[in-house]
Design a protein around this ligand. Structure first.
Ligand SMILES: [Zn+2]
Length: 280
C-alpha cells in the first residue's frame, strides 16, 4: 500500500521561535527533520510520487506521496530546496484566498495571539487543542474574525506567517510538483454553516483560480482538517476532481473517488514514522 504523508509548515531549526503553537499542534517541523525523513524514505527504497500519479499506478508498493497543506510561504523557501536535494516530488494544497490576497488565515492570527500571551501550560493546551480551539475551528471564517476580537484584547498589527504567491505556485507547478486545491477559505466542508452553494464555491472557484495560475488541470482536492462526507466527495467529483486527500477514513462514507488517508508527520517523530511505514 502506498503511503501518503501530511505536512504543513517547514522552517530551519534556528528560525523556529518558542512558544510555538504550530509546533505544539504538530503542523510545524524543522527543515533538518524534514531532510531526515526524505533521506530515510529514499534509503529505504521508497519512490516519491504526486497524489495524482498515485491514482494512476496499479502497483502502489513502496510509493510515497508527500503532501503539504495550506500553502505557507515556508514550503517554497525551505521544503522546496530540500525536496530538490533529494529528488523528491510532492503535492501542495494551497488555500486560495491567503495566496491570492497576501493575507493570513484567522487560525494563523489565533496562533500568533496565543504565542504572544503569557499563558500557563494548561491554558496553552486548552487554546491549542481544547474546546476553545474546536469552537474556533468549526466556525465560519467571518465569525472566526469576530471570535478573535472577543478572545484577545489586541490583535497583531502584522502577521508572522505568509502564504505562497501566484508566481511561486506557478514556479512549483513548472518544476513538476503537483498543485492541488485546499479550497478558498479553509472552511470545513461539513461544518454547520455549510450548504451546497458554499461548498461548490470552495471546490470550484479554487480549482479555477489555481488552473488559471498554473495552466494545468487541478485534479486533487484536500479536505480542510480532513473533514468530509460522501456527499462532498460526490460534489468534488462533479466539479472535476479525480482524487481527494483526507486525514482518516470515515468507514461509513462511500467514496466515489480514490481518497487517501494520510500520516500526520509531527515534529521529530522519525521512530514513530519508521514504525508506521514498516521500516526496521
Ligand atoms: Zn489545512
Amino acid at each position: 500500500m502506498a503511503k501518503v504523508l501530511m505536512f504543513h509548515r517547514v522552517l530551519p531549526e534556528k528560525q523556529i521561535t518558542y512558544p510555538n503553537a504550530y509546533s505544539t499542534f504538530g503542523t510545524l517541523i524543522s527543515q533538518e527533520f524534514f531532510e531526515n525523513v526524505l533521506s530515510c524514505l529514499s534509503d529505504n527504497g521508497f519512490q516519491f510520487v504526486t497524489v495524482s500519479e498515485l491514482t494512476r499506478r496499479t502497483s502502489t508498493d513502496k510509493l510515497v506521496a508527500l503532501t503539504f497543506d495550506d500553502g505557507y510561504l515556508d514550503n517554497y523557501e525551505f521544503a522546496l530546496p530540500s525536496l530538490l536535494k533529494f529528488n523528491g516530488t510532492a503535492t501542495f494544497f494551497p488555500v486560495v484566498n491567503p495566496c491570492k490576497d497576501n493575507t493570513a488565515l484567522p487560525l494563523d492570527i489565533y496562533y500568533q495571539c496565543i504565542d504572544e500571551m503569557n499563558l500557563s501550560e494548561t491554558e496553552r493546551t486548552e487554546y491549542i487543542t481544547g474546546t476553545t480551539k474546536r469552537n474556533f475551528y468549526w466556525a465560519e471564517p467571518e465569525n472566526q474574525m469576530k471570535m478573535l476580537n472577543s478572545l484577545f484584547k489586541t490583535l497583531p498589527q502584522k502577521n508572522k506567517v505568509s502564504y505562497m504567491s501566484a508566481e511561486q505556485l506557478k514556479e512549483l507547478s513548472d518544476k513538476g510538483f503537483e498543485i492541488g486545491s485546499h479550497g478558498m477559505t479553509h472552511s470545513l466542508l461539513i461544518a454547520d454553516y455549510m450548504n451546497k452553494v458554499k461548498a461548490l464555491n470552495e471546490l470550484q472557484k479554487s480549482k479555477q483560480w489555481l488552473e488559471a495560475i498554473t495552466g494545468k488541470p487541478v485534479t486533487a482536492y484536500c479536505f480542510p482538517a480532513g473533514r468530509y462526507n460522501a456527499e462532498m466527495i460526490e460534489l468534488a467529483k462533479q466539479v472535476g476532481y479525480t482524487s481527494t486527500c483526507l486525514v482518516v477514513h470515515n468507514k461509513n462514507e462511500k467514496e466515489v473517488l480514490p481518497s487517501y488517508d494520510r500520516i500526520f508527520v509531527k515534529p521529530n517523530s522519525l521512530d514513530e514514522l519508521k514504525t508506521t511505514l514498516g521500516i526496521e
